[in-house]
Ligand binder design. Structure first.
Ligand code: BGC
Length: 757
């Protein structure tokens, strides 16, 4: 029987030990802590795997501005060394039994237990527990219960905060020797139970301060510890004689701050001084999770495994979101691993923000504010490349500087700029947050529209407006002209800019005057956006009613997918060089299909079906971003089996390590994508023209689906059972809510009002 609130691992996967650590990540948006084994590292080296939002060190790729950053592996504050009769306790085959690692998603805790057997036959049960508080972002907790099962072992326990950590350098689960990378941290101070370190690979590297409080209790009372310092380590040692079936318990609370928070040491001392005990901190944390789940949960009747997988994806997505800090956003692997160096890409806006916009809008607001904060850098970037307005980086750390390696296409992958505009408009439409639009959104829309105006080339021979030399979502086509996705999203971007200007002019003329003066906006610019958008070439084959990825795709050589991709888990560029891709009709990841999901009102059902049938066999799904759009589109087209198959690709992508690289972090676009597959696909949700659309397309394995949607300040509870949809207004918004339920228009006004279709 599956417990849909937990994810567990039993027995121990010795051969792929680090491979599953990312799945058991716990976090609170401030930091993410992989599910590593506390006692695993002997000596002072401690691989750990704790990442803090915005804590970067210097990486070694050559990026645009000569500086490339990577998320830093910070001190391992769960570090322990355990010895029984002098023998180290390590999880090794034939030494441990009854192993279980469990992620409790309802309470946000991870537990791990096993029975360890010494060389001389002494057996001891170990039970670990940990949490990263979502009630207080600067606190974590750790518990260990030790129970001897025979003999009279002498047990030595050293518990500490260990700054001797290095980067993981993990890429794939295919067995490879692990060669930890560079360390980023220098220890500045280590005294008593407090350690201060600094990221020394950057000139103004962040300082991290951490402190611990440990209590060890046995049946005979408190066991006192002695300091056990070592270079880069603050620790306490506890020694006791174990007795059969008598449990000794260690509880530890950890407090952490960085110089990004202000006077880190002062903040740390205050936090430690007001510290509550482990159990009270744990309870506050669990209560906070109850509230989170009330908002975000999706309930499925009929398939417990799908229910569990969906909760896993939502849980991981939510607990990595740095909603508290608009100076950072949510990286491609969140805070669960080092791949993509903690950077943010287009997938944030297109795959993750839809979930937050409808489930927890303040998080979207914060991440869009991050884009506003980095606008000055985007302006600089545009100027450096001889364009106007703002050119957002393809890959950004915390300051918006282009972090992509030189020469791998960031100059072309500019659809991200329109994707940001799209997410912003979606947020504004879904929330009615005019304050956001006035203060931040309009400026972003104007500056991005200006960028497009300067990037669009008017061809005097063909008399057309073109966007040349781009890379669309299909990144196997490195440089194409008039990528359909890009051009249509640009049209939207320019339209949104014009509409935002008109809205602010009408609703707040004085705010408008100030903004227009600051941005030196001329009325003729707005007219020029309209002309450019209207004249943009849209690659489309009229005869076949088929939207083309770009102006060459349909003329390329058909690709032999079986030969090019014999193993579904391996990407094509392991069988063919990257350079060869542009010769063929191969789509790395969904492109036109994604576009049609984003702007569903722009295409007829026939056009969508034709596009799906044409591109689907040509799509290699060599990115985790590819399954979701197929699941959504197939569901909306009523292709239930296909939709369900793709949904399962998304929902289990990390749990089953489908791409053999979950070791390097969870795939955050796909976590958001799982929400999209369920809510935008099976429940058919989208918004257009001040109306929210819902239409049930449930897979036959599911009897019912329940979830909540935030829309215009209102909270809607939706239940779909077979073909029937019921919507209840749980909280009223500022105005009546207009819905389109499976083709029927309805309005919700009063709290408690319920409509069924
Ligand atoms: C995808 C990109 C994406 C990046 C980060 C790559 O595999 O192809 O489109 O932005 O991952 O998630």
């Amino acid at each position: 029987m599956i417990d849909s609130w937990t994810l567990s691992e039993t027995p121990c996967a010795f051969d792929r030990r680090l491979g599953t650590d990312a799945l058991f990540t716990l976090g609170n948006g401030y930091l993410g802590c992989r599910g590593f084994f506390e006692e695993e590292q002997e000596g002072v080296e401690a691989l750990g795997g704790i990442y803090m939002a915005g804590v970067f060190g210097k990486g070694d790729l050559k990026a645009w501005k000569g500086m490339h950053r990577e998320l830093v592996n910070t001190p391992n504050f769960l570090w322990m060394s355990i010895r029984v009769d002098g023998e180290p306790v390590l999880a090794r085959p034939r030494r441990i039994s009854s192993y279980k690692r469990l992620l409790n998603m309802r309470t946000g805790t991870m537990t791990r237990s096993f029975i360890w057997k010494s060389a001389r036959g002494i057996q001891v049960r170990f039970e670990f527990e940990r949490f990263m508080s979502v009630a207080d972002l600067h606190v974590a907790g750790q518990r260990l219960r030790i129970t001897p099962l025979n003999g009279k072992p002498r047990i030595e326990l050293v518990s500490g905060i260990n700054a001797n950590v290095k980067q993981h350098n993990l890429v794939t689960t295919i067995p490879l020797p692990i060669q930890p990378g560079r360390p980023h941290l220098r220890t500045l101070k280590a005294a008593g139970n407090v350690i201060e370190t600094q990221v020394e690979t950057l000139p103004d590297g962040v300082k991290i301060v951490e402190g611990q409080r440990i209590a060890v209790e046995g049946p005979a009372g408190r066991i006192r510890g002695v300091p056990a310092p070592a270079p880069g380590l603050v620790a306490e040692r506890f020694v006791f004689n174990g007795r059969v079936n008598e449990t000794v318990q260690l509880t530890k609370t950890i407090h952490y701050f960085t110089s990004r928070d202000g006077q880190a040491m002062t903040l740390l001392k205050k936090s430690m001084a007001r510290a509550k005990d482990y159990d009270r901190l744990l309870q506050a944390h669990q209560r906070a999770w109850v509230n989170k789940w009330r908002e975000i949960d999706i309930e499925i009747d009929g398939a417990m495994d799908d229910q569990q997988a969906v909760r896993f994806n939502l849980f991981q997505l939510v607990q990595a979101c740095p909603e508290h800090d608009s100076r950072v956003s949510l990286g491609a692997r969140g805070l669960s691993g080092e791949m993509h160096e903690g950077s943010v890409f287009w997938d944030n806006e297109i795959f993750k923000l839809p979930f937050f916009t409808f489930a927890h809008p303040p998080a979207t607001r914060s991440m869009l504010r991050f884009r506003h904060r980095t606008l000055p850098e985007a302006r600089r970037h545009a100027k450096d490349l001889w364009f106007e307005g703002a050119m957002y980086a393809w890959k950004s750390g915390d300051d918006g500087v282009e972090e992509t390696e030189m020469g791998v296409g960031a100059y072309y992958a500019i659809h991200i700029i329109a994707d940001i505009a799209y997410a912003l408009r979606q947020y504004w439409e879904a929330t009615g947050d005019d304050d956001f639009l006035f203060r931040y959104g309009t400026e972003i829309l104007i500056e991005t529209a200006r960028f497009w105006k300067s990037r669009i080339h008017y061809d005097p021979i063909r008399k057309t407006h073109n966007i040349l030399a781009v890379r669309g979502p299909n990144e196997y086509d490195v440089i194409v002209n008039n990528n359909c996705f890009t051009n249509m999203m640009v049209q939207e971007n320019m339209r949104y800019a014009g509409e935002a200007v008109a809205f602010i002019q009408k609703t707040d003329p004085s705010a408008w005057r100030k903004l227009a003066a600051r941005l030196k906006l001329k009325p003729r610019e707005i007219d020029a956006w309209k002309t450019c958008a209207k004249g943009l070439v849209i690659s489309y084959d009229k005869q076949r009613d088929l939207y083309a990825e770009d102006d060459m795709y349909l003329h390329r050589v058909p690709f032999d997918m079986k030969r090019g991709k014999p193993d579904a888990r391996r990407v094509i560029d392991s069988t063919l060089p990257y350079e060869a891709m542009a010769y063929y009709q191969i789509t790395k990841q969904s492109d036109v299909v994604t576009l049609m999901n984003l702007l569903p009102w722009k295409f007829t059902p026939r056009q969508k079906k034709l596009a799906y049938e044409f591109y689907e066999p040509k799509t290699a799904h060599d990115s985790s971003l590819s399954f979701t759009p197929h699941a959504v589109m197939a569901a909306r087209l009523g292709m239930k089996k296909e939709a369900y198959r793709y949904f399962r690709e998304c929902a289990y992508l990390d749990i089953a390590d489908r791409q053999l690289n979950t070791i390097s972090g969870l795939h955050f676009a796909n976590l958001g994508g799982t929400w999209q597959a369920v809510i935008q696909g099976f429940a058919g949700l989208y918004q257009h023209d001040n109306r929210l659309y819902l239409a049930p397309h449930l897979p036959s394995a599911w009897q019912a689906l329940r979830f909540r949607v935030n829309y215009r300040g209102a909270l809607l509870q939706v239940e779909m059972r077979g073909c029937k949809t019921t919507v209840t207004l749980e909280r009223a918004g500022t105005q009546p809510i207009s819905l389109n339920l499976d083709g029927r228009s309805v309005r919700l006004i009063r709290v408690g009002q319920m409509v069924s279709v």
